[in-house]
Design a protein. Structure first.
Lengths: 163, 219
């Protein structure tokens, strides 16, 4: 097969494209091209291939069904598009999107802040330790434990008598 | 010769005066939807042919064409009238078709053996110009098969080659028009078209060579 990237025969490719479908007489009337085709196998093959391509397209018929219904549909969809572009919803929709993104970012930031404050804030930790000390100091001293058996019996009797 | 398909026929756009069209565009740009409706009417046959040619009888042709016209309307204010409205519209159409393929990933896989070798070879002997009302039902069936083959062959080309060939051969665009749509000069378009034809035929020959019957016959 021939390579399609060589540039040497470019000017003849332009002329062959011009002569496609024009019949052999038209090609023969272009003396320079005819002489070139006699001497250049690649161009000869390429020209034959290009002519065959025309046959590949010979069954093609543009499937054009122009209809008033199509025009009506297009115009209706243009009116729809216009309406969509002009509705307040469309005007506000970028703001809505922005607001929802803001809300999301704020929620994430709040969560992160609360985690930081809860877990890593040194000031809060110190406050916790201090407050524990204070609470402990406010509690009354527990009563002394009975040391002997007599003291135990005495305390039980006191409890029974409601003292 | 330019602007004709190789079989000699041509899909003629509705004849319209360029100034009239420009006036319609200006009116549409200032919000006159009736003017735009007239532009839609003028360009609908060719637009449908371009989209239909690239999407290859896909059921979504009308939807994509409609999308193109809505997109064009929405960005109409940005259209500076330096090119013809049609050129700008078809550029949007080509891009929209390829977006469609990318989104849907519907480019067909290339299958090996759906036409017989005989059917494939027949294409080489079919005269290029076979139009007319005398085509029989068998003709219609074989044309359908030929179109199916062409679908598969076109699938093997890249986006630009495929679009250019379809615009030239199916829709009857001139090389000048194709050049404007793709932003290329006329000679570059001709060379690209010529080479694309070569690639298409190479793909066709590859199909012939891959047929089991031809292998067994050669061995």
């Amino acid at each position: 097969m021939f390579s399609w990237n060589e540039r040497g025969c470019r000017k003849y490719q332009v002329r062959m494209e011009d002569h496609l479908g024009a019949g052999p007489e038209a090609v023969e009337s272009d003396v320079e091209l005819t002489v070139h085709l006699r001497g250049c196998t690649r161009c000869r093959e390429a020209f034959a291939a290009a002519q065959l391509s025309g046959r590949l397209f010979s069954a093609e018929e543009p499937e054009v069904q122009p209809s008033e219904a199509f025009v009506t549909r297009v115009m209706a969809s243009i009116r729809e598009e216009q309406a969509r572009l002009l509705t307040p919803a469309t005007v506000w929709s970028p703001l809505e999107t922005l607001a929802s993104r803001f809300a999301l970012v704020a929620a994430v930031a709040l969560l992160a802040l609360s985690v930081f404050v809860g877990e890593f804030s040194p000031a809060l930790r110190q406050a916790d330790v201090g407050s524990t000390t204070e609470v402990t100091s406010e509690w009354p001293e527990p009563p002394a434990q009975p040391a002997t058996q007599d003291e135990v019996l005495m305390s039980l009797a006191e409890a029974e008598n409601g003292i | 010769m330019e602007g004709k398909r190789l079989d000699g026929s041509r899909l003629e756009p509705k004849v319209t005066d360029a100034d009239y069209e420009r006036r319609l565009v200006r009116q549409a740009q200032s919000g006159d939807t009736a003017a735009y409706e007239e532009l839609v009417r003028i360009h609908q046959p060719r637009l449908l042919a371009v989209v239909g040619g690239i999407l290859r009888r896909n059921q979504d042709v009308e939807d994509v064409a409609q999308q193109v016209l809505v997109k064009a309307y929405v960005s109409l204010k940005r259209f500076d009238l330096r090119s013809a409205f049609g050129t700008w519209l078809y550029k949007i159409a080509v891009n929209e078709c390829w977006d469609y393929f990318r989104k849907k990933k519907v480019r067909r896989l290339v299958y090996e053996a759906d036409l017989s070798e005989e059917q494939l070879r027949q294409i080489e002997v079919v005269p290029a110009h076979t139009g007319g009302a005398s085509r029989s039902r068998e003709d219609a069936a074989s044309r359908a098969q030929q179109r199916q083959l062409l679908d598969r062959l076109l699938d093997e080309l890249d986006e630009t080659d495929r679009s250019m060939l379809v615009m030239k051969e199916v829709t009857g665009f001139t090389v000048e028009e194709i050049g404007k749509v793709f932003g290329l000069n006329v000679n570059t378009v001709k060379v690209r078209l010529f080479r694309a034809r070569g690639r298409l035929v190479e793909a066709y020959h590859r199909r012939l060579e891959r047929r089991p019957s031809s292998h067994s016959r050669n061995s």
